[in-house]
Design a protein around this ligand. Structure first.
Ligand code: 6PG
Length: 252
């Protein structure tokens, strides 16, 4: 589903209502709600909206478990930290307890070790097999988040799955450290099979600077290495593109 909104406020209202709807359904059916948060700047105002009276009273936040789709290798109190952004704008205002928050332990610094630790934390939380036999089906191999929030960069990356990077081809691991030449840095990211295994995936995209890439991603030729966001296809779930008018201006 692609929905275009005249501005970010309307987009956030819809996204917050969807968050609550998906969350209440998961808690009713499964007893808990697992959500992978998006980083970057776009989701910040959505996180703030979820803490307002209108929304924060609509869900049992003690049954919500928070994960992060990707992270930068910076300390958790760094201005670049996706955890810090979500912590200040969502988790702390809602007084979410630490045992409901699963962040990348970036203070470890060694990228592959951070990724391995995060993978293990996810395997334990979702009761997955540690070293599954090759015959294991994807649904048993990967966590199934109830909601996976994503942004998209003006280069078509999503989470930290950047164009022409190694992580684009990862089909077994849950979490990896991805070398991103254009950033001259490693990023930490959950992988495509994990994202595609989610029950619901919501893209939040705003701004004219993304319009041309968004046209390519949604209506252009498939160029998976060049536009990683194009690859996101839920195996058994819902996909929502929530877009503001600026970002949608080139869509036919
Ligand atoms: C990150 C994100 C990344 C983000 C896009 C869009 O860590 O940067 O997870 O995938 O969603 O870069 O970023 P903006 O919302 O800031 O445009």
């Amino acid at each position: 589903m692609i929905k275009i909104f005249s501005n970010l406020n309307y987009l956030n209202q819809f996204a917050a209502e969807k968050f609550i709807e998906i969350g209440r359904e998961a808690i009713e059916k499964l007893g808990k709600f697992t959500v992978a948060l998006a980083g970057g700047s776009t989701p910040k105002s959505l996180y703030q909206l979820l803490t307002t009276e209108k929304f924060c009273s609509q869900i049992d936040w003690q049954k919500v478990f928070f994960f992060f789709g990707d992270e930068r290798i910076v300390l958790p109190n760094d201005g670049e930290s996706n955890f810090r952004m979500a912590n200040e704008n969502l988790l702390q205002p809602l007084k979410i307890s630490e045992n409901q928050i699963f962040r990348w332990q970036t203070e470890i610094e060694e990228a592959d070790k951070i990724a391995k630790n995060y993978e293990r934390a996810i395997i334990n939380f979702f009761n997955l097999k540690e070293n599954p036999p090759a015959s294991t089906s994807d649904s048993d191999l990967f966590p199934r988040f109830d909601l996976f929030l994503l942004g998209m960069g003006d280069d078509g990356h999503t989470a930290s799955l950047f164009p022409f990077t190694e992580a684009l081809n990862e089909r077994r691991k849950i979490a990896v450290a991805n070398q991103v030449e254009k950033l001259n840095a490693k990023r930490l990211t959950l992988t495509f099979p994990v994202i595609d295994n989610a029950r619901n995936i919501i893209f939040l995209v705003k701004g004219a600077d993304k319009a041309e890439t968004l046209r390519e991603v949604l209506q252009g030729e498939i160029k998976a290495e060049k536009f990683p966001a194009q690859t996101i296809k839920p195996t058994n779930g819902n996909l929502f593109w929530l877009i503001d008018r600026q970002a949608a201006q080139h869509l036919k």
